[in-house]
Write a protein that binds this ligand. Structure first.
Ligand code: FES
Ligand code: FES
Length: 180
């Protein structure tokens, strides 16, 4: 049976010939998604980071066959279909957090995964979240500024999801919660 991946919301069928390929090469060469960079080749720098089921994954050392059925987000999937940048991408631009740009896709996706879980971060938490993604250019302060600037978007998203889950909850669950 042919293996499938779900990349940026689209189903992708993987040819058998590509199963043993490194997934960073598959994304870049076969799917033309060149955001993830192959920089260190040993899992040390974070330039190849993508999200797999919302968790950061360094893919320079991983094979396509390890990702069957997984939900993948690359930097190309962050912007809206009309090209409008995601608020986190926009914050990177606004804060001057991009210089050569080599680390940027991995940095943005690492920060995105962090903010999904931690929408009200301190600067120390942000610093810790990105500490394993190396940037040779910026000195990190602008990147931390950008993540901090984008956090209110994730507050709003958190509230929206909470409101949606409350309105979807069956009436009896609300009753159970209030009656204990
Ligand atoms: S290229 Fe994968 S961690 Fe450096
Ligand atoms: S902007 Fe150049 S490595 Fe980060």
């Amino acid at each position: 049976m042919q293996m499938k991946l779900f990349v940026n919301g689209k189903e992708v069928e993987v040819p058998t010939s590509a199963m043993e390929k490194r997934i960073v090469e598959f994304l870049r060469e076969d799917l033309d998604l060149t955001g993830a960079k192959n920089a260190c080749d040993v899992g040390a720098c974070g330039a190849c980071t993508i999200l797999v089921n919302d968790e950061p994954s360094r893919i320079c050392i991983k094979l396509v066959k390890d990702f069957g059925g997984q939900r993948i987000l690359t930097i190309e999937g962050m912007a809206a279909p009309d090209g409008t940048l995601h608020p986190l991408q926009q914050a990177f631009l606004d804060c001057g957090a991009i210089q050569c740009g080599y680390c940027t896709p991995g940095m943005v996706l690492t920060a995105h995964a962090f903010l999904l879980k931690t929408p009200h971060p301190t600067r120390a938490q942000i610093r810790h979240a990105i500490v394993k993604n190396l940037c040779r250019c910026t000195g990190y302060q602008q990147i931390i500024d950008a993540v901090e600037k984008a956090a209110p978007h994730y507050h709003r998203e958190e509230r929206r999801l909470q409101a949606a889950s409350t309105s979807e909850k069956p009436a009896h669950e609300d009753t159970e919660e209030t009656t204990g």
